[in-house]
Design a protein around this ligand. Structure first.
Ligand code: FAD
Ligand code: NAI
Length: 468
């Protein structure tokens, strides 16, 4: 008799694999279906992990060239071994995706390789690479098929000259000129990698600011730092055409509001204008699952689609397209399926841009609070007045704490600075517990640490920072 699963998860990115493991921990009989050869999805294979491996290596390369001398370390001018750096990236990816195989075995999760689709409620089809088909029976289905690169109409991504993030993680030489379309997270992270390795980088952004959605004051300061690092920005500008040439590409630009067309040349063009949910060939409509205007699967507060027993999580549904958001949704669904009360607090999802300095944020920005008519108080503290930051020569940036004026409850924390992506979590924990700026200010912080800047920013909400 064939197995009837409690849960079949389609897609083993951070949403899918975490959901499968949590469900198995809770006693459910689980299978996963994955079309890639390796598990871990976008994040582990072509996203978070390879990009952070290259960001780390390129940051050290840059520091060795510019920073070491200031610390009294004499080294010859560092030489780039790009294949060696790419090997580091590949090793990191292999080690991470290999870890998922281990976890699936440990948790007794059955793995089906192939393209999954929903044949009917309770039946998942799997088409293997050799074209053979089978159907797996299950009580519940979780769709966790992630997202794909958003494309510019009429512009072909060949992953050599015109690349998406995937191609930008694989370039076999440093482009002399790189044009990045989109000043979002991918554009600034991967732009940083290639800038540090020697490329001249121009970022073309449709809006009049970088990193839309993040706190504007932080982003303006960040843009000034990136400009010092050698980035050129063309804000309020749209790309109207990209033509590949014998030596690279010609990019036509126009002011977003319309006007004279300008053409600039590049060796490589990175298109990083967002990502779109990936739902191709899943058979959603066949079973009555609906999508919103942006192609996202519609789910209720418990991640269930219009069809009972079929759920969706991660990049394929509403909310920020982030690995940790997908993971937390995966855990929540597994717990719901096991009869528990899993949920995700969307008010406290940190976001980090892993550049140097990093940008990290949790909760609401000043613009969001203004738009919502919330009366708030601001406390800021600059890293230039922090002892640890000085000792590391990482004094760029500041911490900004936004608290409700009446209750003092922390509503948002935004950090521009080295290590911001780690420091932000004390704010996340505080906010998860509904803490106040006073709670943060009265929590003893070890000295000397960068985190002391968070405490001082919280003290500054009440105008009593000590070191500024
Ligand atoms: P995915 O990770 O996309 O996984 C979906 C999986 O489903 C894939 O393995 C796919 O092969 C599989 N699949 C699709 N269709 C089928 C099918 N029909 N049958 C079987 N399998 C199928 N987020 C962060 O939080 N931090 C970062 O630092 C970060 N860096 C990023 C860097 C880059 C360059 C990119 C592109 C993204 C980055 N992200 C980052 C975003 C992050 O990768 C995604 O938010 C996350 O991977 C979403 O997880 P998911 O499980 O929803 O989908
Ligand atoms: P994004 O949404 O962060 O940024 C896209 C940018 O492109 C925006 O600033 C937008 O205004 C601009 N844009 C859109 N159309 C344009 C056009 N025609 N011309 C010029 N500019 C245009 O998307 P991005 O950077 O592609 O990243 C995709 C997703 O991946 C994001 O949702 C992000 O959350 C996730 N990601 C997260 C990372 C992290 O957490 N560190 C790292 C990388 C990606």
């Amino acid at each position: 008799m064939s197995t009837i699963y409690d849960l079949v998860v389609i897609g083993t990115g951070p949403g899918g694999y975490v959901c499968a493991i949590r469900a198995s921990q809770l006693g459910l009989k689980v299978a996963v279906v994955e079309k890639r050869k390796t598990h871990g999805g976008t994040c582990l294979n072509i996203g978070c992990i390879p990009s952070k491996a290259l960001l780390y290596a390129s940051e050290l390369f840059d520091e060795a060239g510019h920073e070491f001398a200031h610390l009294g370390i004499k080294v010859p001018t560092p030489e780039l071994d790009l294949p060696g750096m790419m090997k580091h990236k590949t090793d990191v990816v292999d080690s991470n995706v290999g870890g998922i195989n281990f976890l699936f075995k440990k948790n007794k999760i059955d793995v089906f390789h192939g393209i999954g689709s929903i044949v009917s409620k309770g039946n998942v089809g799997v088409q293997a690479d050799d074209g053979t088909n089978q159907v797996i029976e299950t009580r519940s289905i979780v769709v966790a098929t992630g997202s794909d690169v958003a494309r510019l109409p009429g512009i072909d991504i060949d992953e050599k000259v015109v690349v998406s993030s995937t191609g930008a993680l694989e370039l076999d030489k440093v482009p002399a000129k790189l044009i990045v379309v989109g000043a979002g997270v991918i554009g600034l992270e991967l732009g940083s990698v290639w800038r540090r390795l020697g490329a001249e980088v121009t970022v073309v952004e449709y809006l009049d600011r970088i990193l839309p959605g993040m706190d504007l004051e932080i982003c303006k300061a960040f843009q000034r730092i990136l400009t010092k690092q050698g980035f050129a920005f063309k804000l309020g500008t749209k790309v109207t055409a990209v033509e590949t040439t014998a030596s690279g590409a010609k990019v036509s630009l126009e002011p977003a509001a319309g006007g004279a067309v300008e053409t600039i040349e590049a060796d490589v063009v990175l298109v990083a204008i967002g990502r779109v949910p990936y739902t191709d060939g899943l058979g959603l409509e066949g079973v009555g699952i609906t999508r919103d205007g942006r192609g996202r699967i519609e789910v209720d507060a418990h991640f269930q689609t219009k069809v009972q027993g079929i759920y969706a999580i991660g990049d394929v549904i509403r909310g920020p397209m982030l690995a940790h958001k997908a993971e937390d949704e995966g855990i929540a669904v597994a717990e719901i399926l096991a009869g528990q009360h899993g949920h995700v607090n969307y008010d406290v999802i940190p976001g980090v841009v892993y550049t140097m300095p990093e940008v990290a944020s949790v909760g609401r920005s000043e613009e969001e609070l203004k738009a919502a008519g919330v009366d708030y108080a601001v406390g800021k503290f600059n890293f230039v007045a922090n002892g640890r930051a000085k000792s590391q020569r990482h004094t760029d940036g500041f911490v900004k704490v936004l608290a409700d004026k009446a209750t003092d409850r922390v509503l948002g924390v935004h950090i521009l600075g080295a290590g911001a992506g780690e420091i932000i979590h004390e704010a996340a924990v505080l906010m998860e517990f509904g803490g106040s700026a006073e709670d943060l200010a009265r929590t003893c912080h070890a000295h000397p640490t960068l985190s002391e800047a968070v405490k001082e920013a919280a003290m500054a909400v009440d105008k009593r920072a000590i070191h500024m």
